[in-house]
Design a protein around this ligand. Sequence first.
Ligand code: DOR
Ligand code: ZN
Length: 427
Amino acid sequence: MKLLIKKGRIIDPINDLDMVGDILIEDGRIKEVGENIEELQTKVIRAEGYIVSPGLLDMHVHLREPGYEAQEDIESGTAAAACGGFTKVACMPNTDPVVDNAAVVRAILSRAQQVGSCRVLPIGCISKGQMGKELAEIGDMVEAGIVAVSDDGKPVADSGLMRKAMQYVKAFDIPVISHCEDPYLSSGGVVNEGLMSTKLGLKGIPNAAEEIMVARDIILAELTGTRLHIAHVSTAGSVRLIREAKKRGVKVTCEAAPHHFTLTDDYIKDYDTNTKVNPPLRTIKDVEAVIEGLVDGTIDVIASDHAPHTVEAKSLEYDHAPFGISGLETMVPLVVSNLIDKGILSWMEALRKLTKAPADILKVPLSGIAEGSPADITVIDPNNSRIVDPASFKSKGKNTPFKGMELKGWPVLTICGGKITHSSLDV
Ligand code: DOR
Ligand code: ZN
């Protein structure tokens, strides 16, 4: 099948390209990029006024399969990804069974091949059973195709084990992704520790619970020379620690999730469990620091931490409901509305954090909008405003604190390997 995308604004951080032009796609690849391509017998997509980007990559997604298919599965999760403009997602290993051996990695990859609407990059566990006691079968999992290791959802409390993991993965040149949380400090907490937690009578999680582990892991990365990636940065102190470590040349990268640069703990005032997330929503000072980190490059990546949960589970009391926000389908409009439209990041900078930056960290080869590249493309309408309606999500997870908000900049077309995986256009 042939496709011609005409007159879009092509913004490609991989090839440093910002031009109005056409893209011709044939047999799953980009055949030609030019100012004006004339081609007969092809489907034409009129993209005037739209942004055309290399397919987006979300490096922090919970697809829940195997084991928690009531929350999400590979089919629904990748459909949600396509709808959100993503052609690649890296999926976290806190499934059941957890991803701590090659067989589970292969099972995920093969399921993704069968029913996936985007490419799936599995992340393996750091520890066996995610129990934090001994290393998982990391070498075997690398051979099977993992792109990183992480015990995400749970911190690695044992510094000795974290050091071992960092030393061990060096041979494979994959990063350790750290969920930074000191479990003895966060213990039993459900929201940010501060004025709000006191007012509402909910147990708080101090910023220090995150920052102590950020500091520890930076020190261990320095000791071992390993590439460390810090997941979902949420506090001003974490941003400061990472900024300072980068200056010293430590191989540390990090990501922020949209809820951490858009919402404060004020949003929990009505006990809406859709605001319950780990790390928790923090204060305005933290939100501003995260934004500053995005601007000065301390924060390399924007990732959703898509964490779908069932309506039943989220209907429990605040203390008992699970942590997590269903994030794939609101990520792009949150970035456009809160960062690009406000002049905080340029399109090029924002798209870099959604394409080249995560790909470089995970060593996923990306050639962008160039002749011969796989046709992975995301088209965004920067002006289209819509109200967030979780009922229309492809994800099984309807748990979003953004419900009812008006956001601008929705993906209108996603193409993965030359196939249209999402379209709200007339094609
Ligand atoms: O809010 C969260 N939900 N944070 C995590 O680290 C894990 C995730 C989940 O798996 O639900
Ligand atoms: Zn996490």
